[in-house]
Write a protein that binds this ligand. Structure first.
Ligand SMILES: *[C@@H]1O[C@H](CO)[C@@H](O)[C@H](O)[C@H]1NC(C)=O
Ligand SMILES: *[C@@H]1O[C@H](CO)[C@@H](O)[C@H](O)[C@H]1NC(C)=O
Ligand SMILES: *[C@@H]1O[C@H](CO)[C@@H](O)[C@H](O)[C@H]1NC(C)=O
Ligand SMILES: *[C@@H]1O[C@H](CO)[C@@H](O)[C@H](O)[C@H]1NC(C)=O
Ligand SMILES: *[C@@H]1O[C@H](CO)[C@@H](O)[C@H](O)[C@H]1NC(C)=O
Length: 647
């Protein structure tokens, strides 16, 4: 932030004018269009209600743009920005590891990352080489990728929940020539050792006994780092702001993970926008319990330490019961969340610590409107910094003013300053709907549409760096979207914008199904069922029934304590859901499949449909005529399939 102040000073008015020349003209003409098209009064109302918000957003955008321009001009990298942070406060705690209480000062983090840099250089790696990093969250994880970045070597950050085929897939698409893994994952490495090939070198950090090391053919990293020089490494690379920093794997809802390229400027941008948009302060302490192999934990969280000099508390693994006590213990003022975390916290019995902490701000995504206010009220959180944006996309939005339920906004007064749009899309196939002129059709307020961001490789705020795989990159780009010959990034997510420009997350792609002529949103139904069931995990999906149009709703419900009560459940469902949205089938199991970031996985559930032979889970069928859920046994299953029991 000291850097930003300098940037604004050195740039002055000239840069400011140049920056907004073009969008400004578009915006004025677009605003005029709204003005004339909607009648002056409506436009005036919009101006009155949103000018403050928009002005703040514009300032955030401007500050970050100016800083990015400066870094582009100077050829900055994340290590060079981190160097400035270290100079500013060498002895301040940078990272705190919750599991052991160890505190890493900025100097300590800098020196250990130097040791990593010196070490990988000594191994003969050259700029552009890739090393896979596979370990649980802890401070050395940051030192490792940062140290590699100091000498231009790129880390592939691998999800530590992956095993066997998916682990192999991620390692092989990265092209890594070495793997640095945590001792806690030695067994997982062992499982793929024979398929890895002899050319990949293995290094293990943490305690692993020498015999296991030998069996794996791995070397112990920690002693090698201890004996490496802690001096800054020689600059052997020519990487600048728009060059590759590391790879993050995005867990798509379908198919295998894709490696998304993160360039230095993107890392900087996410951290800087988060800092300014949510009004973080230099003395904030962030509680980061999200995995470091994803952008939320490693960029939005750890980035605040590297770029802005905040202290970040790294939690090895999210724990709902320890959450607020940790926040009290470390004087945290900011916490990170994903929607599921909020739900788990609400599910906890009341504790003293939950209101004794100093947390002012919660930053994350996926907080559902159904639990938003319950969360802020119960835990006394003043501000929710909800944002939306995939690692690789340049069309992120952020909720800067705490509007309940919104994941961001786009200005209606100056709509072209930030060129994102909602465009009409067939929600089942996710194909763009085009008008007669061949271009996409923008949505009106209240209409759901696909979020797209126009692409401009010259502008770091708008570039799209793509995936490591070219085929994957192509699928995410559409042409002729706003005008002939342009290109836009397709986010894959459907949002709705209200008449003031606030945006609300609607659905993951393909996450609706049709039943009785209505579109049922699985996210919406999941939110409601989960509320009925005391915030337990619920997965809702459609299953085909022979001879019946559309898909019947099915809900898989996590019930560890075997306390599910179908009668009570049905009474609540009747009150809260319209008949077409009530799940026809229920599946009660101790756990619902989840990804490492607690996202519910439905692939297996969907495949097993409502067939009782697939598992020992208890199934229920909604007998609408009898007005209750009946246990679904094989007989009933067959009768439903042959049509003798009507739905
Ligand atoms: C938290 O703040 C209290 C009071 O300001 C202080 O005594 C304590 O040492 C702080 N704890 C940490 C871990 O910084
Ligand atoms: C909800 O869960 C909490 C914590 O597990 C428990 O204390 C509470 O009694 C539950 N409420 C209901 C209605 O089951
Ligand atoms: C459901 O979605 C389809 C496809 O997106 C759309 O054509 C249809 O009008 C929608 N129906 C309702 C009732 O909203
Ligand atoms: C997204 O990236 C593209 C390509 O780089 C760019 O043209 C577009 O303006 C960007 N969109 C936003 C909202 O930044
Ligand atoms: C449908 O299946 C049920 C249960 O297996 C059986 O009792 C019934 O006779 C079958 N009806 C038809 C028409 O096949």
């Amino acid at each position: 932030m000291h850097g930003l102040a300098r940037a604004s000073l050195s740039f002055g008015c000239l840069g400011l004018l140049r920056l907004f020349e073009v969008p400004w003209c578009w915006s004025l003409s677009a605003s005029l269009g709204i003005y004339l098209g909607t009648g002056g009064w409506r436009f005036l109302r919009i101006v009155i209600l949103t000018a403050r918000r928009d002005l703040f957003g514009l300032c955030v955008l401007l500050r970050v743009k100016l800083a990015i321009r400066r870094h582009l001009r100077c050829g900055s990298t994340i290590p060079s920005i981190f160097y400035e942070t270290v100079q500013a406060h060498p002895d301040k705690p940078a990272l705190i590891y919750e599991a052991t209480g160890e505190v890493w000062s900025f100097t300590a983090l800098d020196q250990l990352s130097n040791a990593v840099a010196q070490f990988v250089l000594s191994l003969g790696f050259v700029p552009g080489d890739v090393i896979a990093v596979y370990m649980e969250s802890r401070p050395i994880f940051v030192a490792i990728w940062l140290g590699m970045a100091k000498v231009g070597i790129e880390a592939a950050l691998i999800n530590f929940n992956l095993r066997r085929d998916s682990l192999m897939h991620c390692i092989s698409v990265s092209g890594a020539r070495a793997i640095i893994f945590g001792a806690e994952l030695a067994e997982a490495v062992w499982e793929v050792r024979s398929t890895l090939g002899k050319d990949i070198r293995l290094f293990c950090t943490g305690d692993l006994n020498p015999q296991h090391l030998t069996e794996l053919g791995a070397e112990a990293l920690d002693p090698l780092l201890t004996s490496s020089s802690r001096l800054p490494p020689p600059r052997t690379h020519r990487k600048v702001f728009n060059d590759r920093l590391f790879y993050i794997y995005t867990s798509g809802t379908t198919g295998l993970p894709k490696a998304a390229i993160v360039v230095h400027s993107r890392y900087y941008r996410i951290a800087a926008i988060g800092y300014h948009a949510f009004r973080m302060r230099p003395n904030d302490v962030i509680y980061d319990c999200l995995p470091l192999y994803h952008s939320a934990g490693n960029i939005m969280g750890v980035g605040q330490c590297l770029v802005n000099g905040l202290t970040v508390v790294i939690k090895k693994k999210f724990s709902a019961s320890r959450f607020w006590e940790d926040c009290v213990k470390y004087n945290c003022t900011v916490v990170q969340y994903i929607g599921e975390i909020c739900r788990y916290l609400l599910n906890q019995p009341a504790r003293e610590a939950e209101t004794q902490h100093k947390v002012r701000l919660a930053v994350g995504n996926g907080l559902r409107p159904s639990v938003w206010e319950a969360f802020t009220q119960r835990f006394h959180i003043k501000q929710i910094g909800e944002f939306y944006g995939a690692t690789e996309c340049n069309c992120s939005v952020a909720n800067m003013d705490g509007k309940v339920g919104a994941c961001g906004f786009n200005s209606l007064i100056l709509p072209n300053v930030y060129p994102i749009r909602l465009v009409k899309v067939n929600e089942e196939t996710m194909e763009l709907i085009r008008g007669r002129n061949g271009l996409c059709i923008s949505c009106k307020p209240g209409e759901a549409g696909l979020l797209v961001g126009s692409i401009n490789q010259q502008d770091p705020l708008r570039r799209f760096d793509g995936y490591a795989s070219e085929a994957a990159t192509k699928k995410k780009i559409a042409y002729d979207v706003f005008k002939k010959g342009d290109a836009a990034y397709l986010s894959g997510d459907v949002l709705v914008m209200d008449e003031l420009g606030y945006m609300y997350f609607k659905d993951r792609s393909g996450d609706t199904f049709r039943w009785r002529g209505e579109n049922v949103s699985t996210t919406e139904v999941e939110g409601i069922l989960s509320t009925i069931l005391n915030q337990t995990d619920v997965a809702v999906y459609g299953v085909p029934v022979p001879g019946v149009e559309g898909k019947a709703g099915m809900a898989a419900i996590a019930d560890k304590s075997d306390s599910f009560d179908p009668v009570h459940f049905f009474t609540a469902v009747q009150k809260l859901l319209p008949p077409y949205a009530r799940p026809m089938f229920l599946r009660i199991s101790p756990e619902v499949d989840k990804t490492g970031t607690f996202k519910i996985q439905k692939t297996r559930l969907q495949r097993e449909e409502f067939d009782p032979r697939h598992s020992n889970d208890k199934l229920y069928f909604l007998d609408a005529r009898a007005g209750r859920y009946k246990v679904l046994n094989e007989d009933l299953y067959n009768a439903i399939r042959n049509g003798s029991v009507p739905l």
